[in-house]
Design a protein around this ligand. Structure first.
Ligand code: CMP
Length: 225
């Protein structure tokens, strides 16, 4: 595993390498298999997690059992901080979309770390602000954009995190099932499937099971606007 990926998380920002390595060593490493749940919505929790490997989905369930995905996070991103900064129930269920490795930090450890390195708080606030910005955008898209526009945006967002440049285009191994992709977009599986099939027919994307190759980024970006 590449420690540098984890150490680029906001939690470790602007610290001496030796100190950050010591903090990392004091954190508990947890391995998750695809589908495994780390914690559930409404449970009490006071730990935050930094992803070292793999992908984690954060989902909420409605009273009638429908699921909505808030986000898919990847290496060096953190989650679980809301219940830690604002003690209360978990606001989402965190589970592994692919095999994953995460590092866990407890409340007291975090408080001591911030007291020792107050600058870290600024980086954590920055990460929170960015998340709120993204959430506001998603909220606006749910109201103002149609499903194909939201699908295009979700693909571009996933490509920022997990995309790999290939000769053909940007390959995004998102590891999501069609159902999960639909939950991320906030639409039915059928509608999302239709939008993807339409993008494929236009030559904008090529579908490959739990991956997609973005062939025409310009068109997708225009569709996402
Ligand atoms: P917590 O509420 O402790 O547990 C669920 C976590 O999901 C939460 O902390 C955040 O880290 C994360 N989370 C909640 N809402 C969002 C969102 N809109 N976008 C990304 N991550 C989120």
């Amino acid at each position: 595993m590449d420690d540098d990926v984890v150490l680029s998380a906001p939690l470790f920002a602007t610290m001496e390498r030796e100190e950050t390595s010591r903090l990392l060593e004091s954190m508990t490493q947890i391995e998750l298999a695809r589908g495994e749940v780390l914690f559930r919505e409404n449970e009490r929790g006071d730990r935050l997690y930094v992803i070292a490997e793999g992908k984690i989905k954060l989902g909420r369930r409605s009273n009638d059992g429908r699921e909505n995905l808030l986000s898919i996070l990847g290496p060096s991103e953190m989650f679980g901080e809301l219940s830690l900064f604002d003690p209360g129930p978990r606001t989402a269920t965190a589970s592994a979309v692919s095999d994953a490795v995460v590092y866990e930090l407890g409340h007291q450890q975090l408080v001591s770390w911030i007291e020792l390195h107050p600058g870290v708080a600024t980086h954590l606030l920055h990460a929170l602000a960015r998340r709120l910005r993204r959430t506001n955008e998603t909220l606006a898209d749910l109201v103002f954009s149609d499903v194909p526009g939201r699908v295009a945006k979700a693909l571009l967002d996933l490509s920022d995190r997990f995309g790999e440049t290939t000769d053909e285009g940007m390959r995004v191994a998102h590891d999501l099932t069609q159902e999960e992709l639909a939950q991320l977009v906030g639409a039915s599986r059928e509608t999302v499937n239709k939008a993807l099939a339409d993008f494929a027919a236009r030559g904008w994307v090529r579908r490959e099971g739990r991956a997609v190759v973005l062939l025409d980024l310009d068109r997708l970006e225009r569709r996402a606007r």
